[in-house]
Design a protein around this ligand. Structure first.
Ligand SMILES: [Zn+2]
Ligand SMILES: [Zn+2]
Length: 352
């Protein structure tokens, strides 16, 4: 009787140990490999008028978190051009010219004093908002800096075109439209902040030869063609997932661009998009891409590698228009790395 009891206790004990071991293994495996379930974004660093903050969300089941920038607030100006939040006052430039249409002013250059190189645009003029920078408003002027106040909505076509000495442009975070060729030929401009909800016009930064670093925010959805055409210093550019098409001539002649990673969700690369990007050596292409437009990679003489997130069969099925990959010096070494093998430019499988 006693012996039976000992055996029973032993069996139960062993069963318990086995159960415990299984449970621990299950927990360990799950923590290691679970799909994170993130909570809501919370602000962990408050943005200010000028500085970005930080938002964070944390997994409900582990310690993993993700951060993203919290948009800066932008100044909130009174009719006296003083920020209600931080008390910054715009030192408004004398001699600007204002045209009233409906209830707001469009501003342009007027009779500036000869030595004025830095322009401060007011948010309000004679009690009414300054809503826009006029078409051609400052084009061709020898100005070095322009401060566009938060609150201003629109920058007209050609507004700063050929301002060859312009090195600094502080942008209105609330701008909703930046017109065609607005910064065309601003050959000294190195960087610029693109407002989060702006529509970007055609050839916006055409021939901005010094522009080297630009981020198109995730929230921008409409861009024109030829956005960075001829930006020969452009090395780093980040394009948000909200843009599904790389527009025609978007990077044409960007001879310093060495690599480019498309956001997942891109479906089309239009004609001439990367034409003459002679330093471009590699591209990472998502599975979402359905079409390479005509001449889109023409004369990319350094390009020898595309990393594709789909299979060989899916790569071959992508529509490729005339001369999409013409004039490659590296053609003989050009490889497409698919998930299930490597193809050359004639879709022949090769082994490495
Ligand atoms: Zn987790
Ligand atoms: Zn402020």
């Amino acid at each position: 009787m006693k012996k039976k009891r000992i055996i029973l206790i032993s069996v139960v004990a062993v069963a318990l140990v086995v159960c415990l071991a299984l449970a621990i293994t299950f927990i360990v495996l799950n923590v290691g490999a679970h799909r994170h379930r993130f909570g809501d974004w919370e602000i962990i660093k408050q943005p200010t008028c000028l500085e970005y903050g930080i938002e964070r969300r944390t997994c409900k089941n582990c310690e993993v978190y993700e951060d993203r920038p919290a948009a800066r607030l932008g100044h909130d100006f009174s009719e006296q051009n003083v920020c209600k939040r931080c008390q910054y006052e715009i030192p408004v430039t004398e001699g600007l010219y204002y045209t009233l249409s409906e209830e707001s002013y469009a501003v342009s250059v007027g009779t500036l004093a000869g030595d004025v190189k830095e322009i401060y645009i007011p948010r309000y003029h004679e009690g009414k908002p300054v809503g826009s920078i006029a078409m051609n408003g400052f084009s061709g002027r020898a100005i070095t800096a322009v401060h566009i106040p938060d609150g201003l909505k629109e920058i007209g076509n050609l507004a700063f075109s050929e301002c060859e000495e312009l090195t600094e442009c502080s942008m209105s975070i609330t701008a909703t439209k930046i017109g065609n060729l607005a910064f065309n030929g601003c050959s000294s401009l190195k960087t610029i902040e693109i407002p989060p909800y702006a529509t970007l016009g055609d050839n916006l930064f055409h021939d901005c030869a010094a522009l080297n670093n630009v981020t198109i925010p995730q929230t921008v959805t409409q861009i024109g063609w030829g956005l960075f055409g001829g930006c020969t210093s452009l090395k780093t550019v980040s394009v948000g997932a909200s843009i599904s098409t790389i527009k025609s001539s978007m990077f044409e002649g960007c001879t310093a661009l060495t690599d480019f990673t498309f956001a997942d969700g891109i479906t089309e690369i239009e004609a001439n998009a990367f034409k003459d990007c002679t330093a471009l050596s590699g591209l990472v292409v998502p599975k979402s891409l359905k079409k390479f437009g005509a001449a889109c990679l023409q004369s990319c003489t350094s390009l020898d590698k595309i990393t594709y997130a789909g299979t060989k069969k899916e790569w071959i099925a992508i529509q490729k228009e005339l001369d999409w990959l013409a004039n490659l010096d590296a053609a003989k070494d050009f490889h497409v790395y698919c998930t299930d093998g490597i193809l050359n430019r004639w879709n022949v499988e090769i082994s490495e």
